[in-house]
Design a protein around this ligand. Structure first.
Ligand code: ZN
Ligand code: ZN
Length: 357
């Protein structure tokens, strides 16, 4: 027995070192792999995608969003668009209709970079004409030499994770003199933004039934189904509020005439058959320079003919709270509007177009 034990020790001792080394070499990568795989290092995160399909798609989307942003910066909005812009907007449609990109860092970065650019541009004075900024969804800001008006300015997204960051949105609101709200839907009306205006002593106009009694500066000026005319002497503008509807919901249509004579109309989510009877005559009562039109409005040809604008700028494309079949794509707007006998400018979030008079 002693001989057997002595034999084993004699065999094992010289091989002990090799045994530990081999076991170590076999086990260490397994442990190291287990530790590293979920926690990708920087190189893996940005350059190695084999085995990480989600990471691949995330990186591809981020690259595409950034590329589109650069292309749009170099190819500004213009009447009728251009092949380059159409390609960039088509790329955006594809990204925004792929639900894997919903709520990703790449998406938030894109929205906030673009709206940040818009804020920087809003700091420049407007000497003549009217600069029209497209914010998120159907939100627009019209800036002239004498007044800056926000319409349907909203953060987008959920309350706890808005698309547009709080400080950025409030900085944009701070640059505006008043805000007009078309109707009560959450993709147009946000009480937090309205209160920011009201608390700063600025007027907010809301449709009948929305935020009544909330703040003395939040006013419901259209209380019957007949249009009203309001003078804003401090802003040098005249506002006509027309009694539109989205189905049965009150939907104020704002026709804004600025001190320099430029008139811009915003239709909110107008979608109603009976209203077409008076919409037929809007263009006879008001000379509309720009019609800010919800891209999916009913009876498109008849509505546009009724307003008879010099230019159409559509809104409400790619509302991300909608299912993808109702995230109206830019290419759909292009297709619907290309045969109308009115020029149009197709813009995305954070872009602007200036009209001269
Ligand atoms: Zn609506
Ligand atoms: Zn809407």
């Amino acid at each position: 027995m002693k001989d057997i034990c002595r034999g084993l020790v004699r065999w094992f001792a010289p091989n002990l070192f090799m045994f530990i080394l081999t076991a170590g070499l076999l086990l260490c990568p397994a442990f190291a792999g287990a530790a590293e795989r979920p926690e990708k290092n920087l190189w893996e995160k940005y350059y190695i995608f084999w085995g990480y399909p989600d990471n691949y798609l995330e990186n591809q989307s981020r690259e595409a969003f950034r590329l589109i942003d650069s292309v749009l910066k170099e190819n500004k909005p213009q009447k009728g668009g251009s092949l380059t812009r159409d390609m960039a907007l088509m790329g955006l449609d594809m990204l925004l209709h792929d639900k894997r990109n919903d709520g990703t860092e790449a998406f938030y970065e894109f929205v906030n970079v673009r709206l940040g650019e818009m804020l920087r541009d809003m700091e420049k004075p407007v000497k003549r004409g009217a600069k029209i900024y497209k914010a998120y969804n159907d939100g627009f800001i019209i800036k002239t030499k004498t007044a800056t008006i926000a319409i349907d300015l909203v953060p987008g997204g959920k309350k706890d994770k808005p698309f547009i960051g709080e400080s950025l949105l409030m900085a944009i609101a701070d640059k505006c003199d008043a805000m007009f709200i078309s109707h009560a839907h959450g993709d147009h009306a946000n009480l937090r933004v309205a209160k920011a205006f009201a608390n700063a002593g600025k007027t907010v106009i809301a449709p009948k039934g929305l935020w009544e009694g909330v703040h003395p500066n939040i006013k419901q000026l259209l209380n019957a189904d007949t249009a009203v005319t309001v003078r804003f002497d401090e802003l040098g503008m005249v506002l006509n509020i027309l009694p539109g509807h989205q189905d049965d919901m009150y939907n104020n249509i704002y026709v804004m005439t600025f001190k320099n004579g430029i008139t811009v109309a915003h239709t909110g989510d107008q979608y109603n058959q009976e209203d077409l009877e008076w919409i037929d005559n809007v263009g006879k009562q008001h000379k509309i320079d720009v019609l800010l039109l919800n891209c999916w409005i009913n009876s498109l040809e008849r509505t546009v003919k009724g307003f008879n604008p010099k230019l159409i700028i559509t809104g409400h494309e790619n509302e991300m709270e909608h299912s993808i079949d109702h995230r109206e794509a830019y290419w759909m707007t292009r297709r619907k509007y290309e045969n109308l006998p009115y020029p149009n400018v197709l813009m995305t979030w954070g872009e602007h177009y200036t009209i001269e008079n």
